[in-house]
Design a protein around this ligand. Structure first.
Ligand code: GRF
Length: 222
């Protein structure tokens, strides 16, 4: 079976890119990472692409007059490379509604919260400050509104009482590296059907157990 030609768009470290590259090393993985695009020249993820022998392209947003021109150049490059699926992985640019519409249901993103809670930036501090006991991460299909769109997979991660934004980010990132390859596998294998705002996935089931935080004995005898 031909593997689905996939591009990963990055702006920084690219640890999620690495997780996707590692998963796609398996010849049975239904997607192949054939292109990495960065809008920043200094993104470490470019080195990861090079180390993996994957074509890497820098499209520096600062070279463009406006968002639409940047997105048009990006779009052109992706189409020239015959890309079928796009994974945003720490790509820190808002995409225009036109671009998003042109890649509808073929554009995935990972966000480090349990969407629809905490879209946008400064996510971990906001989650801690809210007093929530859980946060997590979400892989979703992209719609025009930031961090919205049909949810493909989520991981729930407990918030600890002594967490900093950094410690929580690290705990969540570990789970990001698990769910992004999983969600890409489901998409590339054609197991996902979109109905309205929801993604329905064949071949998977939901866990039956709930998680409680604080953990431990709940009969504390008071
Ligand atoms: C991740 O937390 C991702 O969810 C967010 O930005 C971070 C990127 O990390 N959108 P990396 O570049 O994949 O290491």
């Amino acid at each position: 079976m031909a593997r689905v030609r996939t591009a990963v768009l990055i702006s920084g470290s690219g640890s999620n890119l690495q997780a996707l590259i590692d998963a796609a090393r398996d010849p049975d993985f239904p997607a192949e990472i054939v292109l990495v695009v960065s809008n920043r020249v200094d993104a470490y993820g470019l080195e990861r692409a090079q180390a993996a022998g994957i074509a890497a392209k820098i499209i520096d947003h600062k070279q463009f007059q406006n968002r639409a021109d940047f997105d048009a150049a990006l779009d052109r490059h992706l189409r020239q490379a015959n890309i079928a699926l796009i994974c945003l992985a720490g790509f820190m640019r808002l995409l225009t509604a036109d671009f998003v519409a042109g890649w509808r249901d073929r554009l995935m993103n990972i966000h480090p919260s349990l969407l629809p809670a905490f879209p946008g930036l400064n996510v971990h501090q906001r989650a801690i400050d809210s007093g929530a006991r859980f946060s997590g991460c979400t892989v979703h299909l992209v719609r025009a509104e930031t961090d919205s769109g049909p949810i493909l997979a989520q991981a729930v991660v407990p918030i600890h009482q002594d967490d900093t934004a950094q410690s929580l980010a690290m705990r969540i990132l570990v789970q990001e590296h698990r769910i992004y390859p999983f969600a890409l596998r489901l998409m590339a294998a054609g197991h996902v059907t979109i109905k309205g705002d929801r993604a329905f996935i064949r071949t998977v089931s939901a866990p039956t157990q709930a998680m409680i935080n604080p953990d431990g004995r709940m009969d504390i005898g008071v």
